[in-house]
Design a protein around this ligand. Structure first.
Ligand SMILES: [Cu+2]
Length: 214
């Protein structure tokens, strides 16, 4: 009896899935972006190869999460953020956007692969996208005295972004963010990027953590 019912249910769902696929336009459900220069933690682990990561930090992140998570490197998002990043994402979970799926990228470690940045002047930050959406980009840098071996809190970031721009120019599949390097930084720091899409299009936002060394 139970078996016959499950067969009937499977048939029902099978028909439903076919019907649904005819109605929904074919579009990538998870296609958005992440910082590529300086590379974000998850973007870097994806480049290293989720199945054979090289760095100890990527190995550890994948051990906590899973390798399949890394293929969704462009989807560290909250679908309904609407600017309320600080209310929605708890301290210690900034790099995962508070999502359990991405928790490996919150690991406090001093050996995340880091990009060397100049200590002053203009720099083009690059944000790789798999789908373009109009929105507001903000780049935050950690305060002096940042300690990468501690969980990242909102209060570890400077209060105001050093870059803030609606719809930065694109080249290829990359948003080009022409910014001034925040002055006075030395050693290891973290750049937190927030891409907030705009209503009525969407309240979705994307988040990324890029480790850097000045
Ligand atoms: Cu998207």
């Amino acid at each position: 009896m139970a078996k016959r019912r499950s067969v009937a249910l499977a048939a029902l769902f099978g028909v439903g899935a076919v019907f649904w696929s005819l109605l929904v336009p074919v579009a990538p459900a998870s296609a958005h972006g992440s910082m590529s220069n300086p590379t974000s933690r998850i973007h870097n682990c994806w480049r290293e190869n989720p199945e054979t990561p090289k760095s100890a930090a990527c190995k550890a992140a994948i051990a906590v999460g899973d390798s399949w998570v890394v293929y969704d490197w462009d989807e560290v998002n909250l679908p309904n953020a609407n600017g309320k990043h600080r209310q929605l994402i708890p301290d210690g979970k900034l790099c995962s956007a508070g999502r359990a799926k991405y928790q490996g990228f919150d690991l406090p470690r001093a050996d995340w692969v880091a990009t060397k940045l100049p200590t002053s002047g203009a720099f083009t930050f690059r944000y790789l996208y798999t789908a373009a959406h109009p929105g507001l980009w903000e780049l935050y840098i950690t305060k002096d005295g940042y300690d990468p071996t501690k969980l990242l809190r909102w209060s570890d970031l400077e209060a105001t972004p050093f870059y803030r721009q609606m719809n930065p120019p694109t080249s290829g599949n990359v948003y080009q963010m022409n910014a001034q390097i925040p002055p006075g930084k030395s050693g290891r720091h973290l750049i937190y990027a927030i891409w907030q899409r705009q209503l009525p299009d969407s309240a979705e936002a994307f988040y990324s953590c890029s480790d850097v060394i000045f």
